[in-house]
Each structure stands twice: as C-alpha cells, then as structure tokens.
Design a protein around this ligand. Structure first.
Ligand SMILES: *[C@@H]1O[C@H](CO)[C@@H](O)[C@H](O)[C@H]1NC(C)=O
Ligand SMILES: *[C@@H]1O[C@H](CO)[C@@H](O)[C@H](O)[C@H]1NC(C)=O
Length: 277
C-alpha cells in the first residue's frame, strides 16, 4: 500500500519493481553513487538562478553552486531517494521553495518573475526579533535577532536553536553566521527540508512519497504534492485561501524549474483547499 504512494509516475513503478525484486528497504534506495551533481550540473544551476549575482541582488556572489553541492553532502538522502523522476522533482521543489523565500522577482522582471531566486540573504525589514520567549528549550540570547536568513529564511529561536545543534553551530548566540557562511546557509535550508517537525512531516518525505497522510491530514485535504510542502513551510499564513499570491509564486517557480529538470510537477500543486497544520 504505502509502496505505491512512493511513486508519482509509472516510470517510478518500473524502477520500484526492480528495487523490490532486490528486496531493498526504503533507506537503501539512497544511492551513494549518485551525487547531487549528477542531477544538477553547474550549467543547470546557473540557468535556474539567472539573476542571483546581479547588482540588484543583495545576496550577489553569496549562493554559489559549490556551496550548495557541499551542503548537500551532509544530507545524503536529499535528491537520492526514489527513481530519477522523483529525485529531480524533489530537487526542483526544494529550489523552487528557497527561490520564493529569497525572490527578487516581479511581474515584468527580465526573464520573468521566476528567474530571480536566491536574490536575498536576510529579511530586509523584520518586524521583530522573532523571539518566542515562551520557548524555554531554545532561549533567545540577549540582543540577537532570529529574523529570516539564508535560502529558506530560517526564522525564530525555536528553529535557529535546533538547526544549529544539528549542524554544529550555536544558532542562538550566533544566528548571523547563516548570512555569513554560504555552506551553513544552504545547510539550514536542507535541515528544514529534511527534518520532520511534528505534527508536520518533512518536506523531503512528502516530495519523495514516503509520507503516508494520517486521518486528520486526509480530513484537511493534505494529500501528497508540492502544495503540502508549501503548507509545511508557511501554511498558517498562505493555505486554505484561494489564489494566494505567495502560493502562486511558489508554484510558478516550481513549474519553471520542473521544466528545466525535464520532469513533471506531480499532482496537488496548490494548498488553497488544505487546512494548515
Ligand atoms: C557577519 O557579517 C556581518 C557583516 O556583514 C558582521 O557584522 C557580523 O559580525 C558577521 N557575523 C559573523 C557571525 O561572522
Ligand atoms: C477539501 O477540498 C474540497 C474541494 O476540493 C473543499 O470543498 C473542502 O472544503 C476541503 N476541505 C477542507 C477541510 O478544507
């Protein structure tokens, strides 16, 4: 049952039969011989992020291909789970979500609104320090701001703390490092993507089809697809409303990138009819 939810396309099913006949577990489908560079070359990366190094972009020259590749080495299941189409779709979805988070695009921008991902390193006019002082596990350090930083715009003490712990820096005392070190910056985005934060599944498990929606997910229309990833990232603000401009921007990026990866987007792009977690 769950095995079928693993695949978005019949091509994947074919591969799955081969894998299952070798009786490999889901974990062992992570291939050590398929580094991320086999899915995304520097040329493809550059054609995705056409304007990230423009003078107009505050993050110019920060988000390099080499930093991205190095960061992925800490997350071996990223882009290496499932068949080729699944792996490409996951990477395209990840790059689309970080592009929306850091977009410098506008409707009539050169090369279109979806050619301007990775334009920003940090939130421009934060409305607060994003300190949830009721959180005692990850207490804020005096004078530090937990504003959005890096490709996923990591925010709040309760994200900086655990991200730093997982990645080997003090996220509470030294949140600035996320906008000073591009490998760490990409790692925070991958940490967010790969890590389940209950009751939400991880974005990774949704995109590779490892997640089986619960009864409450089904009642809330939270079925597998890119829309569910948007729900995980910012559903409280963006989902359950038709035609949300932010949701549409995420989808626009994903459609452009899926095309560049030569893969279909899969079903359920939107979260307009989903309840948030
Ligand atoms: C990051 O860079 C800014 C200036 O760009 C500097 O003020 C800050 O101290 C740096 N932080 C770290 C942790 O290196
Ligand atoms: C689920 O989606 C349908 C439309 O496809 C909608 O009518 C229904 O209200 C949605 N349910 C919830 C809980 O949002």
């Amino acid at each position: 049952m769950a095995l079928f939810s693993f695949s978005f396309s019949s091509f994947c099913l074919t591969i799955f039969v081969i894998y299952s006949s070798l009786s490999l577990s889901a974990e062992s489908r992570v291939s050590p011989i398929a580094p991320i560079s086999s899915l995304i070359s520097k040329t493809l990366f550059d054609s995705i992020f056409l304007h990230k190094d423009d003078n107009a972009c505050p993050a110019r020259n920060f988000y390099t291909y080499e930093s991205f590749v190095e960061a992925t080495s800490s997350f071996p299941a990223f882009g290496s789970t499932g068949c080729s189409a699944t792996r490409k779709r996951e990477v395209a979805a990840f790059l689309a979500q970080i592009s929306h988070e850091t977009t410098g695009g506008w409707a009539t921008a050169p090369d279109g609104p979806y050619a301007w991902g990775l334009c920003f390193k940090e939130e421009v006019s934060p409305q607060s320090d994003y300190c949830d002082s009721s959180n005692k596990e990850w207490p804020c350090y005096p004078g530090k701001s937990y504003k959005g930083r890096g490709p996923i715009q990591l925010s709040w003490n309760y994200n900086y703390g655990p991200a730093g712990k997982a990645l080997g820096f003090d996220g509470l005392k030294n949140p600035d490092i996320v906008s000073n070190n591009s490998v760490i910056a990409f790692k925070t985005a991958l940490w967010f993507w790969m890590t389940e934060q209950k009751p939400k599944p991880s974005c990774h498990n949704v995109m590779v089809g490892n997640y089986v929606p619960t009864a409450s997910d089904r009642a809330a229309n939270r079925t597998l697809g890119f829309g569910l990833v948007t729900n995980i990232i910012n559903g409280g603000l963006e989902c359950g409303v038709p035609d949300d401009a932010r949701v549409n921007d995420r989808i626009g990026y994903f459609q452009r990138y899926a095309k560049l990866f030569n893969v279909d987007t899969g079903p359920n792009l939107d979260c307009a009819y989903q309840k948030s977690f």
